[in-house]
Design a protein around this ligand. Structure first.
Ligand SMILES: Cc1ncc(COP(=O)(O)O)c(C=O)c1O
Length: 448
């Protein structure tokens, strides 16, 4: 034990693994053992480890300007360059960019911008936010309230009501469908439920619906075809903005530049972190449309300062690194590469469909998950999380990092730089782990 208190860890747990270094898509532990990083760290190291170009950019930036803040309109070139580049890339008109350090703080920024905007436009009641069950949007008090995962709520008395959070169903067909429902019935039901909730809460009181294109930490939940068209039609009808949390799905993860384009979403707000800098340094961005900012600007003289900003908003290091990472994505056609290798990954993952322990194989592009079940026919779930955790440990023993999630789902989200031979390695090692987990479940008499 050290003096560390670990994030998202049982406080009584002991150290599990000491990671010493990284190289390309691999990490090495303190004993020199090599692991294929099947989770890109925490869904973030899209360009892998040890990229000399990024390291050089970071070093140069720190030499030139190690810090400058952005309060009161003070600025610097690295931040302006990053904001302009990102604004040109996103599928939004005249996008404007607010920089921060994490996905959680970017979502908090939008919670506040929505409130500031509501007052500025003379509609102060329009602040409620629709958020989905099993969605993950961070862990600060506001973003955790938007998150729809009990582990991130328990013991914290979060201010759901004060923030006007309206919780709606997740688009997970495998667990959410009722008997006899096909995918299009399920989508129609979710859209109808959403509309009923909007009418009950009062459409004029709702500003936005937050959604990850594909929910990551909630289990890698791929919405059925037509889901976003159906949801978007309801939102459009009541003039409610779609707030697209691209913290995992942004920058090539789903086989297109953005999750919004992969799944035909039309967002008016977007949030980025993780792959924005390939996690070389912390940086995030909350992005809103030009129209949204214009409405605020015209009322700003009466309202005074937008009293929200982080010391490290637009930190020069984060901005320089993120700008370089975006350049590399374009120059090296990383999104196209990820789409091609992702296609191969999804094909290979289909091998698990017939595995006796696997209830669902979900995935799109370079993200995926297996749900391990006690009974494949009846979809009976295992109690607790021991089976998924066992599988992750077995993968680790085989030299592969995966992540066990709630519901005994085992997630994959490898760096986008993977080649086909890395996918073969990943699937071979995962097969070893899933087979070992089946033996464990049999031995412990956990199968139903
Ligand atoms: C979709 C999504 N949004 C927001 C966050 C929060 O980001 P951070 O952990 O950087 O605060 C995460 C983190 O995993 C995420 O997956």
């Amino acid at each position: 034990m050290t003096s560390m208190l670990y994030p998202t860890t049982n406080p009584s747990a002991s150290e599990q693994m000491v990671v010493a270094r990284g190289e390309g898509p691999y990490i090495f532990d303190r004993n020199g053992k090599r692991y294929l990083e099947g989770m890109a760290g925490l869904w973030c190291t899209s360009l892998g480890y040890g990229n000399e170009e990024i390291i050089e950019t970071a070093t140069q930036q720190m030499r030139e300007l190690s810090f400058s803040h952005m309060f009161g309109g003070k600025t610097h070139d690295s931040a302006m360059k990053l904001a302009d580049k990102l604004a040109r890339m996103v599928p939004m008109k005249d996008a404007r960019v607010f920089l921060g350090n994490s996905g959680s703080d970017a979502n908090d920024t939008l919670v506040k911008l929505i409130r500031y905007h509501a007052t500025a436009t003379g509609r102060p009641e329009r602040t409620k936010i629709i958020a989905r069950d099993k969605g993950y949007h961070g862990v600060t008090v506001a973003s955790a309230s938007l998150t729809g995962i009990p582990t991130n709520h328990n013991h914290f008395q979060l201010p759901f009501d004060a923030l006007g959070v309206i919780r709606t169903g997740s688009p997970h067909f495998y667990r959410g469908a009722i008997a006899g429902e096909n995918e299009s019935d399920f989508v129609a039901r979710r859209a109808a439920e959403l509309e009923a909730q909007i009418l009950e809460a009062g459409p004029d009181t709702i500003a936005a619906m937050i959604a990850e294109p594909v929910s990551g930490a909630g289990g890698v939940l791929i919405p059925p075809p037509g889901y976003y068209q159906a949801i978007q039609a309801v939102l459009d009808k009541y003039d409610i903005a779609l707030w697209d949390d691209e913290v995992i799905c942004g920058f090539g993860r789903l086989g297109a530049d953005f999750g919004a384009n992969a799944l035909e979403m039309r967002p008016e707000m977007m949030v980025f972190a993780k792959a924005l800098s390939s996690a070389y340094v912390p940086v995030s961005a909350a992005v809103v449309s030009g129209d949204f900012v214009e409405a605020v600007e015209s009322a700003a003289s009466d309202m005074g300062v937008f009293g929200h900003g982080y010391t490290y908003s637009g930190h020069p290091l984060g901005c320089a690194v993120a700008h370089k990472v975006l350049e590399i994505y374009e120059r090296d056609q990383i999104f196209e590469h990820a789409a091609e290798v992702g296609h191969y990954l999804q094909e290979k993952l289909q091998a698990f469909v017939d595995h006796p322990l696997v209830g669902e194989v979900s995935g799109k592009g370079m993200i995926g998950a297996l749900e391990l079940v006690a009974n494949k026919e009846t979809k009976q779930a295992f109690e607790g999380m021991a089976v998924g955790a066992y599988c992750a440990k077995a993968a680790e023993a085989a030299g592969l990092i995966v992540r066990p999630l709630g519901g005994n789902r085992v997630a994959l989200c490898p760096p986008l730089i993977l080649e086909r031979e890395h996918v073969d390695e990943l699937v071979d090692k995962l097969t070893i782990a899933v087979n070992a987990t089946l033996e464990f479940a049999k031995q412990e008499k956990l199968l139903a």
